[in-house]
Design a protein around this ligand. Structure first.
Ligand code: AMP
Length: 527
């Protein structure tokens, strides 16, 4: 189970620091005992195996202790982005139907806002998970507070020992406007982490970054990779991510050995030429995942850090953290392509035609994934699960469950898999996974719009794909309505989903079959 790694480390490394955030440090013994106490408290409060528990909290050591405690009590944790607009978080909370909601001093005011807009949520029992003096969410007291767990015995708990049970549910953007919950099992996480710890030769005592938010699965590798190897996890405070100097100082001052993030963060540092003159003497490896690393930025990093390992990981949340890898051993030449590489242990990458036959070498097809990383499916959504996770019969009559990624790929002469973008309306913008349909669904609630289309826009200098919104006003309002539309969207979707470019039309261009000509719109935004 995912809590066994940190538990096993107590004997040998009990007094070693496991997690650091600023001046706050937790050693392995402390992690184990507090999460045992929390598990005891949750069981006493009535948590049942399989119950979901929402983590409406900042990325702190306490939140990670909560993950362990919930898992030990047999629960399934659901990390929530409390900074997202209330309407969207409310949808996610309702969909996951949590038995409890953990709240801390960073998020309590957002919870108050949430209860204001949606009183249905007020029946969810909440837990004050902070050392700070308690603040009430509404007039209902919490089920228990952080200090209450001190009365619990700290003997080990492990209510459920079946690795195929759910450990976490991660919500991602959904094309119909409803975020989708990807269910991830203990086994899914264990298999990837065991592979990665061995592949990257992670060693006890290493210093590991945790840059991604907890609702992104990159952080799942940081956390459990650190625990599996007996390393020390350094939580990167979100506010320093937007300051190149602070970010580089973070790597330098904490003598990090491993950095793992979306390329956007690395591209940002490259744009500011932020790598210090002496490089990062402790850094052994730089790993990225989630989107293409722009070549000039990768070249910059490799030139400035000639002695470290650079590895591209590829994979969707639905196949757990990553499914393939490629280590770039030499500074790539201009215009070369970095493959997404070879499948991780126990996984397969399949590039298939429409009839699910294998494409010829070099041809572009749909990328499917099979194997140990595959999620059991979307939370409470059989239709979406059945559409994305299929089980065709091969020529030999064997059935294999495969996940359609929505990515286009080819297999090169070198046997490596190459990524060729998406076949649908999902994009990556500054590292965030976004379904353009989710933005359109939010726009659709606007009465001042007659027609609209949200399209991906490729722009030099932009990290990932920018977003363009073409619209036709209803004539109810005169003048530029884009600022009103933006303001309205900010109440519904996260800031990273707000379109960067806006263009009003008298009517949207159509192609031959009468559909909105999205290609034309994208071209117009690009030029
Ligand atoms: P997410 O579920 O947020 O990890 O997003 C998964 C999607 O991100 C994939 O289906 C790809 O479109 C994209 N992606 C993930 N890793 C890479 C990579 N190394 N290179 C290019 N695209 C990637």
């Amino acid at each position: 189970m995912i809590y066994d790694w940190s538990r096993e480390k107590v004997k040998k490394y009990g007094t070693r620091i496991a997690i650091t955030l600023g001046d706050e440090h937790n050693n392995y013994l402390n992690l184990e005992l507090e999460s045992n106490q929390l598990a005891g408290q949750l069981i006493q409060a009535g948590l049942k195996p399989g119950n979901r528990v929402g983590l409406f909290m900042e990325k702190t050591p306490k939140t990670i202790i909560a993950m362990l405690g919930i898992s030990k009590a047999g629960g399934v944790y659901v990390p929530l982005d409390f900074k997202s607009p209330s309407e969207r978080v409310a949808k996610i909370i309702k969909s996951s139907d949590p038995a409890y909601l953990f709240v801390d001093s960073h998020s309590i005011h957002q919870l108050q806002d949430l209860l204001h807009i949606d009183s249905e949520l007020s029946h969810i029992p909440w837990i004050w998970w902070s050392k700070e003096p308690m603040i009430y969410a509404d007039d209902k007291p919490p089920v228990f507070c952080y200090d209450d767990i001190k009365l619990q015995r700290n003997t080990p708990h492990g209510v459920v020992r079946d690795e195929n049970t759910a450990a976490q549910i991660l919500f991602t953007s959904g094309s119909t406007g409803e975020p989708k919950g990807v269910v991830i099992t203990h086994k899914n996480i264990q298999t990837f982490v065991n592979w990665a710890v061995s592949f990257f030769k992670m060693r006890a005592g290493e210093r590991i970054s945790c840059h991604s938010p907890l609702h992104f699965d990159l952080s799942t590798f940081d956390i459990f990779g650190a625990f599996a190897s007996g390393s020390r996890l350094f939580l990167v405070p979100p506010e320093i991510s937007v300051n190149p100097k602070k970010l580089t100082n973070f790597i330098l001052d904490n003598n990090l050995h491993q950095w793992f993030s979306v390329p956007s963060a690395l591209n940002y540092l490259a744009r500011f030429k932020a790598i210090p003159d002496g490089g990062f003497p402790s850094l052994k490896r730089l790993i990225w995942c989630g989107e293409v690393f722009p070549l000039p930025a990768l070249q910059y990093w490799m030139k400035n850090l000639p002695d470290i390992q650079f590895t591209n990981l590829y994979g969707p949340t639905e196949a757990t953290i990553a499914s393939s890898y490629f280590t770039v051993s030499e500074i790539p030449e201009d215009n070369s392509e970095i493959p997404i590489g070879t499948a991780c242990d126990g996984e397969k990458l399949l590039v298939l035609n429409d009839d699910l036959s294998t494409v010829k070498q070099g041809e572009v097809g749909d990328l499917y994934i099979s194997g140990v990383g595959l999620s059991p499916g979307y939370w409470n959504d059989k239709a979406k699960t059945d559409a994305a996770f299929i089980q065709p019969t091969d020529m030999n009559g064997n059935k294999e469950r495969i996940y359609k990624t929505g990515d286009l790929a080819s297999v090169g002469k070198d046997g490596f898999v190459y990524f060729h973008g998406r076949s649908d309306y999902q994009i990556k913008s500054r590292g965030y996974r976004i379904e353009l349909g989710e933005i359109e669904a939010a726009l659709g609630q606007n009465e001042i719009l007659r027609e609209y289309a949200v399209v991906p826009v490729k722009k030099n200098g932009f990290e990932g794909t920018a977003i363009g919104c073409a619209f036709v006003g209803s004539g109810v309002k005169n003048g530029d309505i884009a600022p009103d539309l933006k303001k309205n969207l900010l109440d519904k979707i996260p800031a990273y989903m707000i379109p960067h470019f806006w263009q009003e039309y008298e009517q949207l261009p159509r192609n031959g079959n009468g559909k909105i000509d999205r290609k034309k719109l994208a071209d117009e935004f690009e030029n």
